[in-house]
Design a protein. Structure first.
Length: 352
């Protein structure tokens, strides 16, 4: 079995990895490299925190939410292009202990492992990768040790007396000196919504939803691909399926709480099918919700270029599984759409 691509980060991440025992797929000298990288990660992070001491959290960030493989990346890239707002970049998210000490690297583009998408070093990126490498609890730890994937999922919405301290410092660095709002995207943040809503009382949230059967089919491929790439251990049979079932149940619970407790001005519902069919119309609705003036000629040109650069794929077609947890999430999607949807939802994929 070939060695996995290594993900190195903070000391707490290294300790978590070592807690799993001897890896099955590690390259020669991996244990030494893990310790060495963790040591320098902590040294650099300490220096960086000293420089960011005066930085403050943004008061009104915008969070893009939704289950993995629901179109969050597409919406993130298009909205970043339409607004020009500050957002974490790939080179920052994968170098969170040094990115505010160094300048950006030379631009580079690679293919995404799980689909036809592209990853640009200077392009928008989900801050969850920074959160993972900083040592905070993340479902993406399951890429490294899939034997503990379900354990990683259960930690996402767990209360924490000192919640995501390093991630908050990273976001302070991203926002430092920004003259615009800050745009953040992570499917994992969907399960942290109560925490984020309390920590950022002026934040706005955009939740993109997609037919659950298609989400599950696409997720099965994504998690297997990422585990094959980064996993230090083999994935147990049905571990991914069990994890996804638990996450669907957790997603239903979070959306139900949103319908009950989130004001309409704080959350907007977007349908993936509507975004795929007419991205310009959906973005107009999103910008209106966010209070952004209609696009100028220059910003409209940027938006057209982004739409041309970021192909909107139909995604994985799949039937809706006949399972209670799937039916419950579909019903909650209808409720959330009615509560938080806008005019473009008329052409979406859910019956009103």
């Amino acid at each position: 079995m070939p060695a996995a691509h290594a993900l190195y980060g903070a000391r707490s991440l290294a300790q978590w990895i070592r807690g799993g025992g001897r890896p099955q797929r590690a390259s020669l000298g991996y244990a030494t490299l893990l310790k060495w990288h963790a040591y320098w990660f902590e040294r650099n992070w300490t220096t960086q925190v000293e420089r960011l001491g005066a930085a403050t959290l943004p008061e009104d960030p915008v969070f893009i939410l939704g289950l993995w493989r629901s179109g969050t990346t597409l919406l993130h890239e298009l909205l970043a292009a339409a607004t020009g707002w500050v957002t974490p970049r790939t080179w920052q998210c994968f170098n969170p202990s040094t990115c505010f000490l160094t300048g950006p690297p030379a631009p580079r583009t690679v293919g995404r492992p799980m689909d036809q998408g592209l990853i640009r070093s200077h392009g928008p990126q989900e801050d969850e990768f920074a959160l993972l490498l900083l040592g905070e609890p993340s479902a993406y730890r399951g890429f490294i040790d899939p034997r503990r994937l379900r354990e990683c999922g259960t930690q996402l919405g767990s209360p924490d007396p000192d919640p995501l301290t390093r991630w908050q410092m990273f976001i302070r660095g991203i926002a430092a000196g920004a003259a615009t709002r800050v745009l953040l995207k992570s499917p994992n943040h969907s399960f942290r919504l109560p925490l984020l809503r309390a920590r950022f009382p002026r934040a706005q949230f955009i939740w993109i939803g997609r037919q659950t059967g298609e989400v599950l089919a696409s997720n099965a491929k994504m998690w297997r691909t990422m585990i094959d790439r980064y996993g230090l251990w083999s994935c147990p049979p049905r571990e991914i399926e069990g994890f996804l079932e638990a996450m669907v149940i957790a997603c239903t619970r979070v959306l139900g709480e949103c319908v009950q407790a989130t004001p309409r001005e704080r959350l907007l519902w977007v349908d993936f099918e509507a975004l795929r069919a007419d991205p310009r119309a959906v973005l107009r609705e999103v910008l209106e919700y966010l209070g952004v003036p209609p696009p100028s000629e220059s910003s409209a040109a940027r938006l057209d270029a982004a739409i041309a650069r970021v192909p909107v794929h139909a995604g994985t077609r799949a039937e809706l599984p006949d399972a209670p947890h799937v039916r419950e999430l579909e019903a909650m999607r209808v409720a959330a759409r009615r509560q938080f949807g806008r005019a473009f939802a008329r052409n979406g994929d859910l019956p009103l």
